[in-house]
Design a protein around this ligand. Sequence first.
Ligand SMILES: Nc1nc2c(c(=O)[nH]1)N[C@H]1C(S)=C(S)[C@@H](COP(=O)(O)O)O[C@H]1N2
Ligand SMILES: [Mo]
Length: 232
Amino acid sequence: MADTPEPHLPVDESGDLPPDSKLTRTKRAWARAGKFLTGRVARPEEDRLPPGQHLVRDWPVLDLGMQPRIALDRWRLDVTGEVEHPVSWDWATFRAQKQTRETTDIHCVTTWSRYDNHWEGLATRDLLDVVMPRETARFVLLHSYDGYITNLALEDFAAEDALIVHSWEDKPLTIEHGGPARLVVPHLYFWKSAKWLKKIEFVVADKRGFWEENGYHNHADPWREERYSDEE
Ligand SMILES: Nc1nc2c(c(=O)[nH]1)N[C@H]1C(S)=C(S)[C@@H](COP(=O)(O)O)O[C@H]1N2
Ligand SMILES: [Mo]
């Protein structure tokens, strides 16, 4: 794993390594740690539905019952903690970031899954290129406008198909589903995908979020049925 090349490092025709900028050094460090090898996995179609899940065609709404309404002119996204370049973006600045489209499946711990959701937003990897996590950053805490918190390891946050989305099926994300902007981390149960995203905090030590404190698994891999915590 230590010698796996970082897939997004540019390589020119001569085969030379890119200039040894701070950014490429940091990316190599992430690659060495295997941080960019998580996420989309080529699975045979019969393994597409994780164990204990059933398919739905509609999109259920699940949250703590308080759906905050954030006017776009008051909306901010702060990225703080163990990063070289913290940001506090207004809506226009967030929307001006590099855009990525992904088609991914949702797996909720309450046993429903929904295939082929079309998302558009900022890839978490592109966010990492902007804010540049320090070597000390190991975990990410997601803070939402309704007070919800969830936690991810940096490698799960940086998964190649993880996005901060503003659109679903080519329409603005509705408030009930976490608009103006939410996280989508397709390879984990959906409680890790924070709705109404407000702040992304890079930290040294892991800290359990709301559901993780209340008996859910800290990691949440649907193919391993990491639904509930073994601790206590
Ligand atoms: N801010 C916030 N994000 C949240 C939640 C929440 O209560 N607040 N619930 C989580 C849970 S348990 C699930 S299953 C999904 C549901 O997303 P949906 O309502 O768009 O289906 O959001 C997750 N993200
Ligand atoms: Mo959930």
